[in-house]
Design a protein around this ligand. Structure first.
Ligand code: HEC
Length: 243
């Protein structure tokens, strides 16, 4: 049986069409992974008020932080480039102080009109409306984190999407020659196990921010498995000979 398996393993002797297809898939999946990491950074960095990304940022993204609001979180994170710090500070203080309507009319509305309505007037897809006091005040309430509805939506997207990614990666990698054999099995099945751990921890992090560490850990293990599958497959497609 081992004798026939040589034909099954990827190597320079593997059919050229499949070497091309596998390589192309590896390259686009690799790029996809890089962009996914940039996206994670962009949406989480600075949520806790400190630059960069850490466990607090992850915890806040899922469980929220009742000492703050989605408005403040956005102004410290993804929306921080849209207004000078003095004006952002004014909006954040207003939210912290209870989002008073009179104060909104007196000073906050002008800032929002000038800095935010360019997108938040309905013209930019995905940017929630902030034209009226009521619409803005909704975001100034204490932050209770990602809603259950959002988590459910993102969970199913992740489970379907990532199964495609790791099925394709695993299929290519299943043609690699790896010793010890358990390493191959772990690298192939690990990402699926980590997907479930990761998504389960989103819900648990809503209850207890400490679970942010499990989200980080499962993401790290998933990344290591991806790297092993990618590097071993790519190397063997282009450099290894059938033995
Ligand atoms: C260049 C377009 C643009 C500008 C200018 C802009 N935003 Fe946004 N904003 C978006 C988009 C798109 C989203 C939805 C995607 C996201 O959450 O990043 C968003 C989301 C938000 C959210 C929701 C975050 C959440 O928890 O869902 C808040 C709050 C917000 N912006 C506040 C502001 C404020 C305040 C300003 C002005 C200082 C501003 N934005 C200026 C495009 C913009």
């Amino acid at each position: 049986m081992m004798q026939n398996e040589g034909r099954f393993f990827i190597s320079k002797d593997f059919p050229q069409s499949l070497r091309n297809l596998f390589s192309a898939a590896l390259i686009t999946l690799g790029l996809g992974y890089v962009f996914a990491m940039i996206q994670v950074y962009e949406t989480h960095a600075g949520l806790d008020g400190n630059p960069g990304i850490n466990a607090n940022d992850i915890a806040i993204a899922y469980s929220g932080n009742v000492n703050t609001s989605r408005l403040t979180t956005a102004l410290l994170g993804p929306m921080s480039g849209n207004a000078p710090s003095r004006e952002r500070r004014a909006i954040m203080d207003w939210a912290t102080d209870g989002a008073d309507k009179a104060q909104y009319e007196a000073s906050i509305k002008t800032i929002i009109d000038n800095r935010c309505l360019r997108c938040h007037d309905g013209s930019e897809a995905g940017a929630p409306l902030m034209v009226t006091y009521e619409q803005l005040a909704e975001f100034a309430k204490p932050d209770t984190g990602m809603s259950l509805a959002t988590l459910v939506r993102v969970s199913h997207i992740h489970l379907f999407g990532m199964t495609f990614i790791f099925f394709i990666m695993g299929f290519i990698f299943s043609h690699a020659r790896v010793r010890p054999a358990w390493l191959k099995h772990v690298a192939m099945i690990g990402p699926f196990a980590m997907m479930i751990t990761d998504i389960g921890s989103w819900y648990l992090t809503k209850l207890n921010p400490e679970f942010a560490w499990i989200i980080i850990g499962s993401g790290a293990i998933m990344g290591m498995c991806f790297a092993v599958e990618w590097c071993v497959s790519f190397y063997q497609i282009w450099f290894s000979r059938r033995t």
